[in-house]
Write a protein that binds this ligand. Structure first.
Ligand code: EPZ
Length: 421
């Protein structure tokens, strides 16, 4: 298995071109199954989760071509069948549950293995299932599989008991071809949901209220295949800004939508970094006066849970006390034990982590436990003196395109080495 070797202590400086958003691309790729024709997607990041999703839709009958050099994915979804989505294909990726919406809409049935995903808590799919039941689906759970059957999805009102990105996405995809009007309340407002909605609208769907808590969808008879460009990855952008900040460098991320990372930029300013933004870029620069802060993760437009671990790596380098409260997932502090090994002083009580920052981080052999925990370790290693070896880096292959190349481009000493444990 590959490992990263990072020689830290170097200030990062320069520009990083941000890739297309993983969490928008995943549902959009699956959403292409809703149209009988050839969809062309631009700005698709070449990531493990994307490749798994491509395999998943091929399993259901789609023909695909992924030009990874140019990040263009074409999908021909002329013939789609409910080919029971196997556990082996979905165990690493929770987003596989997204096929329920399009399969129910086009085939009136879906058999999907209950998903796996990052080790960040129980992460049930009960809200997805309750929503589909409300839209006229019968659901049973058999041997680890969700079996869903409908005589035709019918619009209805569904109030989500908790804000869920995945359930909002899945139910929108089911409702676009349902009979009549669907009203979804307490929806996720994440940009990824809006990007999927804009893609579906381009295909001919009738959707209003994207980016708000209440989304209304009037079903149409059919959707047409279109060409669409995936929005930029706000979490990738945020991770690199945090890496720049942790090394006390100056990093500019380009090809982004700055409004998508407003909560992060506000936090960086609160710590004392100087932040600038333009039409499609954001940059940070270090100042002399940095101090700890309190951050709470909440649904968009709040501080994203996906930047919680990377932000904690920065907190460990900032003098004074910082507090991180994780409200979205109950088990998303797995990076803390590894950060301890690098000298970070962090105590956890329930959903609250207190970071006593400022002592220099030290290199150490460490191990990724999930995608964003992995990003936190990379940031800590970039800030630490000496050579850090990071294992289980396949987690980061799920979500950061050309990571070594991008970080080397701003002065990091990072190598991917084959043959580690
Ligand atoms: C999406 O996961 C993202 N994944 C996650 O990105 C992200 O951390 C998360 O949203 C929150 O922003 C993708 O987009 C593929 P949720 P999702 O449904 O949809 C609970 C990354 O690193 N819940 O919004 O699975 C759930 O347990 C990742 O890129 C239920 O209780 O998240 C959690 O506490 C990993 N029942 C909360 O809701 C349900 O049926 C929010 O989860 C669904 C969710």
């Amino acid at each position: 298995m590959d490992i990263y070797k990072i020689n830290g202590g170097k200030k990062l400086s320069g520009e990083i071109h941000i890739s297309g958003a993983k969490n928008a691309a995943l549902p959009i790729i699956v959403g292409s199954l809703l149209a009988d024709g050839i969809t062309t997607l631009q700005n698709v990041p070449d990531l493990m989760d994307i490749r798994t999703t491509v395999k998943l839709i091929e399993h259901l009958g789609a023909e695909t071509n992924f030009d990874t050099e140019n990040n263009v994915l074409t999908i021909n979804a002329k013939t789609i069948t409910n080919g029971e989505v196997p556990y082996d294909l979905v165990k690493t990726m929770r987003a596989s549950i997204y096929v329920m919406g399009p399969l129910l809409a086009r085939c009136q049935e879906a058999d999907v293995s209950l998903p796996g995903g990052c080790a960040i808590g129980a992460r049930p799919v009960d809200i997805h299932l309750q929503g589909f039941e409300k839209l006229g689906t019968e659901i049973s759970l058999e041997h680890g599989y969700v079996k869903a059957r409908t005589k035709g999805l019918k619009g209805d009102l569904f109030v989500m008991p908790k804000v869920s990105v995945g359930a909002t996405i899945n139910l929108i995809m089911g409702a676009v071809l349902a009979e009549g009007e669907t009203i979804l309340e307490n929806c996720a407002m994440e940009p990824d949901v809006v990007d999927l909605g804009n893609f579906l609208i381009k295909m001919g769907a009738t959707i209003s209220g994207l980016g708000t808590e209440r989304i209304a969808i009037t079903g149409v008879k059919a959707l047409k295949a279109v060409e669409y460009t995936i929005m930029p990855d706000r979490i990738e952008a945020g991770s690199y800004l945090l890496a720049g900040a942790a090394t006390r460098g100056s990093v500019k991320v380009t090809h982004i939508v700055p409004e998508h990372i407003e909560a992060l930029l506000d936090s960086l300013e609160e710590i004392g970094f100087s932040v600038e933004t333009g039409k499609d870029w954001a940059s940070i620069q270090t100042t002399d006066t940095l101090k700890g802060l309190l951050v709470e993760t909440t649904p968009h437009p709040g501080f994203p849970t996906d930047l919680q671990a990377p932000m904690m790596a920065l907190m460990a380098t900032v003098p004074g006390i910082s507090v991180m409260i994780e409200h979205i997932f109950e088990n998303r502090f797995t990076h803390v034990a590894e950060l301890h090994r690098m000298g970070a002083e962090i105590t956890i009580e329930g959903k609250c982590a207190v970071v006593k920052g400022g002592a220099p981080l030290m290199s150490a052999p460490v191990m990724m436990s999930d995608l964003r925990a992995g990003a936190a370790l990379i940031i800590a290693a970039l800030a630490a003196e000496g050579e850090t070896e990071i294992r289980r880096i396949y987690h980061c292959d799920r979500g950061y395109e050309k990571l070594c190349h991008k970080l080397s481009g701003v002065g990091a000493d990072i190598r991917r080495v084959t043959g580690g444990m």
